[in-house]
Design a protein around this ligand. Structure first.
Ligand code: ATP
Length: 328
């Protein structure tokens, strides 16, 4: 990384997340501010392989800060997982005169980026953009806060029905490997129980807790379930099990699905994305590569991409206790 960088490329990859546009905007405008050219790459790594580039000026990113999804589109590229695919991507970047790359995505995106750095010694900085918050080295990933607000709003609506009909609702939220969304929305929406991948409370405790709730006069209940909860049953099987063993419960299941990814980003996500977009450009100008920028204790922080992928972003144990106490 000895030559000064004259052109930076930016792409979004993996699952889209609200706030990605705010991050793209910040990257483009930071490039303008520091008098560097910026190109947008469409459809993530697949666009790199196909040379799907567009020169981006500050005006290209007008009116996008409030939009969900990603104006650069995203894709899951199998070809980038092959050496031939990555060689094509490298050649396209060279042909375009690009000196560094900013990748916005999750751990898969960072894994691909790391390989690329090792193979071609090409400067790359990562920005964490995923609603799951499952990345080490930042307190929040871009999109997570918006997803929390979306989920809480929906659970509030479901609660209206649950309490009107004295029902027990199982609500499945996103999170195959991480329970951040379930734990925080469960507390925020006042759930009776929260099932997350990090902790297996077991069927017995779940049943016991629901029974106790009834005994204490609760007429309706909400159980928030992470996709990857460890009880060993999916949300429908859980509902069936409770229904078969406790026929007096009136049970419903709601799977929130992709709506959790959509919508206008929260102010928190817009500010986070703006900070990280600027930080990513400045990090490259500082001649640093192979790192992810994040925000830790409200300060911009950097962590090696390798650690961002491999190390575990632990859930806050205090929240488990808060959930238990406040659901009494
Ligand atoms: P999310 O957390 O939202 O799913 P992600 O970045 O983890 O986001 P992935 O689909 O896992 O999403 O990865 C995005 C892209 O990164 C893949 O489509 C692929 O092109 C590239 N990628 C993932 N793993 C590898 C790998 N082992 N080698 C090379 N490229 C990879």
């Amino acid at each position: 990384m000895n030559q000064p960088i004259k052109k930076i490329a930016v792409l979004t990859s993996g699952g889209d997340a609200p706030g990605m546009n705010a991050a793209i905007r910040a990257v483009v405008r930071a490039c303008t501010y520091y008098r560097i050219d910026c190109v947008g790459v469409y459809r993530g790594y697949q666009g790199l392989i196909e040379g799907d580039f567009e020169q981006m000026s500050a005006r290209h990113v007008s009116n996008v800060i409030n939009r969900g999804g990603t104006i650069l589109k995203s894709a899951r590229s199998l070809e980038f997982k092959t050496k031939e695919g990555r060689v094509k991507a490298y050649e396209n970047l060279k042909k375009e005169g690009v000196g560094a790359l900013i990748i916005i995505g999750g751990d898969g995106t960072f894994t691909g980026g790391l390989k690329f750095i090792k193979e071609f010694d090409f400067p790359i900085v990562g920005i964490p953009g995923t609603i799951d918050n499952d990345i080490y080295g930042t307190d929040n990933t871009i999109g997570y806060d918006t997803a929390l607000n979306t989920v809480v709003e929906v659970i509030d609506k479901i609660r209206d029905t649950a309490s009107s009909h004295n029902r027990l609702f199982f609500i499945e939220v996103m999170g195959r490997d991480a329970g951040f969304i379930a734990l925080n929305t469960g507390i925020g929406a006042g759930a009776e129980e929260i099932l997350i991948p990090e902790e297996n409370i077991g069927l017995e405790k779940l049943v016991d807790s629901l029974k106790k709730g009834r005994e204490k006069g609760k007429t309706s209940s909400i159980v928030v379930v992470s996709e990857g909860d460890k009880i060993g049953k999916n949300v429908f099987e859980l509902a069936d099990y409770i229904g078969e063993n406790y026929p007096d419960y009136d049970i419903r299941v709601s799977v929130l699905g992709h709506m959790q990814r959509g919508g206008s980003p929260s102010c928190y996500d817009r500010v986070l994305a703006s900070r990280l977009g600027v930080a990513a450009v400045e990090t490259l100008l500082d001649k640093k590569s192979g790192v992810m920028v994040g925000v830790t204790n409200n300060e911009v922080s950097k962590v090696g991409l390798e650690n961002a992928i491999k190390m575990n972003h632990e859930i806050n144990k205090e929240l488990l206790k808060v959930a238990e106490i406040t659901s009494i």
